[in-house]
Write a protein of this length. Sequence first.
Length: 246
Amino acid sequence: MLSSCSNRPNDKGEYVIKPGNSTKELHVKYTADGNIEYIQEYKDGKPDGMLMNYHKQNPKNISFIEKDKNQGCGVVFHNNGNVNNFGQYVDGQKTGWFYVFNTDEIMTGKREYLNVEGKEFLNQWIEYSSDGSVNQTESNYIKVAPAAEKIKQGEDFVMNVSLEAAYFKAYMIVVVGPFDANYALPANAKCDTIKAVNFVATYKTKTYNKGKNLVRGMVQDLRPDEKDPKKINVRKIYFSQKFTVE
């Protein structure tokens, strides 16, 4: 395979490596002191594929670009070169769980991101103490526990939703309804609202279809505002649960 590298930088200060017609170009940018600033893949004159940024010869972050947006795995590094955090991107937004590490690459926490009504949303997070246990006071997450993931026609589908680590630490309710994949509700949607006892709410229903079903809802972590008693502060955590009716 033939390859070539430009002897002079382009108008962005990048040196262009062309491995051959069957592969993507590599654009390499250097800092004033001669270290690599970034390496980026190009296709048909546009960024497409891996982008690796550097900090003082160590990788700063790695991502993959498609149509000008992050897609797939993204990794961020500490200045010493060890992993800081990593997770998945979809259309430029963090999606799913991101795992966070300290400079010694010991996992200190994780964060879950969702697309909520078209925007990236930090849904819940878990922080760990130095001994590896969950730091409840610094975390905010829920647990969804169905009584059974497979039921027979005519039986109740039952699940408990618990606020394992509250943000406001006052009280909560659970709202279950016809949320779409981005947790938006249609106009005039009818929802079930369940009050919690000791931060646990039980949802029951016989409204389902034979075969695979999906329940979506949200926990509302609530507390009256200290300055305005008419105002309620709300922290939302969204969830989904699959079950099968035989």
